[in-house]
Structures are given as C-alpha cells and as structure tokens.
Design a protein around this ligand. Structure first.
Ligand SMILES: [Zn+2]
Length: 394
C-alpha cells in the first residue's frame, strides 16, 4: 500500500506530488535534461534523479544520453503510450468516470446522472459498462488498465475497503463493493471516501498544492471532509476521520441517518435546505436551489449563506484541533461561490486563535472533478508500482 497507513505514507504522497510537478515540467518543455528539471521545479538533483528513475520504471518517461555544454547529460521525454488508470466518483445523483495515463493526463471522461437512492448492483453495472465502452472507444484492451479508484460518499473502512458505518448509504453497505467491480472488470479496484479522494486530488492538481496540512470540505447533498496531515491523508483506524456531517450542531435537532441528534447534515444537508424552502417555493431540487441562489433569489441566497456560517463553525473547530493551513471547499454548494464561501470563511476567521492570516479558505479549482481525479491518482499510485500493487490487490 502506498498512501494508506504506515510510516511511509506522507513520503509516498509527497513523492507523488513531486512526480506530478516533474511530469508537468516535461510536458511544458518537451525534451529536458535532469539538471534543467531541477532548475524549473526547484527540487534537488537527487530527488529529480529518483523521480525520473521511478517514472522510467512506470513507463511514463524515457531517457537518452546527450551532451550539454561539453558534459554528458540525460534528456528526459514523455513516452506516448503508458499505463492507464480509471477514477470513478459515484455521488448521490451522478457518476463520473475519468481515464488517465501514467503521466496523469486525462484521456477520456464521462458523466452520467443517477436516480435518487440508486442501488449498488445497477450502479456498479453501469460504471463497469461505461469503463468498457470508454476503453473500447480508445481502442485499449481492459488489461491495459492498471487499476480503478472508486470514490464513494460514505466512510470507508481502511482495512476491508467497504462502507464502515451503517445507515449512511443503504443497500451499498451490504455489498462487497471492491470485489463486485473487480469481478465485472477483471482489474484491481481501490475504494475510498469521496472527500478523502478529493483532498488527494486537490493536493496533487488543485488548490492544496504545496500545503502539507490542508482540508478539503465537500459541501454537497451531505457534508464531509478529507484531511491531509503532514502531507498524508488521514483516515483514522475506522475510516471516519473528517466525517464532519455527523458533528452535532443542534442537540435538540432531528435524528440523523447515523442515529445521533442534530448532526450538521440534518441542518445543511440537501433535504434540510429543501424543506426550509417548501412553504414559500414548493418542492425544489438542490440543483434548483443553487441556480436560484446564483440568479440572486434572496431566499435561496439567505439559505446558502446561513449554511456557510454553520459549516464554517464546524470547520473552525476542526482547524483548532488540527492547526490546518488551508481549506478548499468543493461540492455542489460551493458552486454558489462567495454566497457560501464568504460566511464560511468569516465564521473561521472571526476566531481570534485562527485569525485572518493563519488559514486561507478557497473554492476548489477542479470544477467537481477533485473526487474522481483523486481516486484516479490513488489507483495510479497504488497499482502502477509493481511492488505495491501486489500487496494491495492480494
Ligand atoms: Zn449523523
């Protein structure tokens, strides 16, 4: 295993972040020597040498000898064909699939709407079918996929890789998700919580780049958080770290799916928000509420803004525990931009200990793909390294 558990976790995710920087630089400059790579990335020549060696083993880059300023040097360039991995995000109402090669370049993507309360068997069937169709269109046989990363909106047990808490995703919790998808596709599968996957996505490609202690907040139909501690994703032994949707914000509030009372999800979850609009607006979907808020509807702006304050208060407590440097906010509610983010940020920054200069709060820059991109990166990292792949799949 690479990113999960063990003392090597933070080193592994830092190495992956550095690999992404190196590959970005090679993409930008074409053929480039290792000395030049060190200069443009700011990494040491020893680090560059290790990363290039690993990228050669993975089939991402090739090297050739050359002469620069009268001295021998090695030119590094990208190989056109390399291993592919798949990232899948199964959310409450949509399924997103992305395929990338080992240089992390996206080569195919697809989004499909899902019905409310979709079932594990039919949705996993759909995901498997779409992956097969996409690889067919690309003319790539399924065996050239090194592995699949699947992000789900539920806490995932770090050992069994199945849903670890009952009541959160009915029907799915009875399913051995990883094995069902592995049987359908014949390729190894890794299952991860979607906010955790998104934290990795932001750490590698988005607004957590360069932050060893950052948190991704997923403000969607429900709330969740993915926590990076010292450059490493933090799961906790039961996989429930970052389940901020189940932090109590109202001791007399409604009973939550988890059995607790007045959890954050019962106050800012989609059902709670839609209920509050029912008297004046009738039945709306979460998508309607977001569109209306962005169009300036005062009731919907008010509602999202209050949700931002409540989420911000929970996140402020989380930051006080963890001493986080940066918060990235994604999920459907974040599509309202400052309507959600300004009050959320304000609830954090008015805490004297946290202050204005200690924590930055920004919107995700990955447009709803942080979860699938993070799942993809986890699959690429776990399965494209032959030594770690055997221990993960066994
Ligand atoms: Zn709860």
């Amino acid at each position: 295993m690479v990113l999960y558990g063990g003392p090597s976790g933070s080193q592994a995710s830092l190495r992956e972040a550095n690999s992404v920087r190196v590959v970005d630089a090679i993409q930008r400059y074409g053929r480039i020597t290792q000395v030049e790579l060190a200069a443009v990335t700011g990494l040491s020549s020893a680090t560059i040498s290790n990363i290039v060696k690993q990228l050669v083993e993975r089939g991402v880059v090739a090297t050739e000898n050359t002469i620069r300023s009268g001295r021998r040097a090695q030119l590094v360039h990208l190989r056109t064909q390399s291993a592919l991995a798949v990232g899948v995000h199964i959310a409450k109402r949509a399924l997103r699939i992305e395929i990338a090669d080992a240089s992390h370049t996206i080569t195919a993507e697809k989004v499909l709407p899902l019905p409310t309360d979709h079932r594990a068997d039919t949705t996993l069937d759909r995901a498997a079918l779409l992956i097969s169709e996409l690889t067919d269109e690309m003319g790539v046989p399924l065996d050239e996929i090194v592995g699949i990363g699947l992000a789900l909106p539920a806490p995932i047990d770090p050992h069994t890789r199945n849903i670890s808490v009952r009541g959160i995703m009915r029907d799915w919790e009875e399913t051995d998700i990883r094995h069902v998808l592995e049987r359908r596709l014949g390729r190894p599968v890794l299952v991860e919580n979607d906010a955790n996957a998104a934290a990795i996505g932001e750490y590698l490609y988005g607004n957590l780049r360069g932050y060893s202690d950052g948190v991704y907040i997923r403000a969607s139909y429900h709330c969740g958080a993915g926590i990076m501690l010292n450059g490493k994703l933090h799961h906790g032994p039961h996989g429930i770290a970052g389940e901020i949707g189940h932090v109590q914000v109202d001791p007399l509030g409604p009973i939550c799916q988890c059995g607790n009372r007045g959890c954050l999800n019962t106050v800012v979850g989609a059902d709670a928000l839609i209920d509050l609009l029912r008297v004046s607006r009738g039945h709306l979907s979460l998508r309607d509420v977001i569109t209306l808020a962005n169009d300036g509807d005062p009731g919907c702006v008010h509602l999202i803004s209050d949700a931002g304050t409540t989420i911000g208060q929970v996140v402020a407590n989380l930051i006080t525990w963890l001493d986080t440097q940066r918060i990235v906010v994604g999920g459907e509610l974040a599509e309202t931009g400052d309507i959600l983010l300004a009050p959320l940020s304000s609830a954090i920054r008015t805490r004297p200990l946290l202050g204005y200069d200690r924590v930055s709060v920004v919107q995700s820059a990955l447009h709803g793909t942080a979860e699938s991109k993070g799942a993809l990166a986890l699959a690429l990292q776990t399965f494209s390294d032959p030594i770690t792949a055997t221990s993960e799949v066994a």
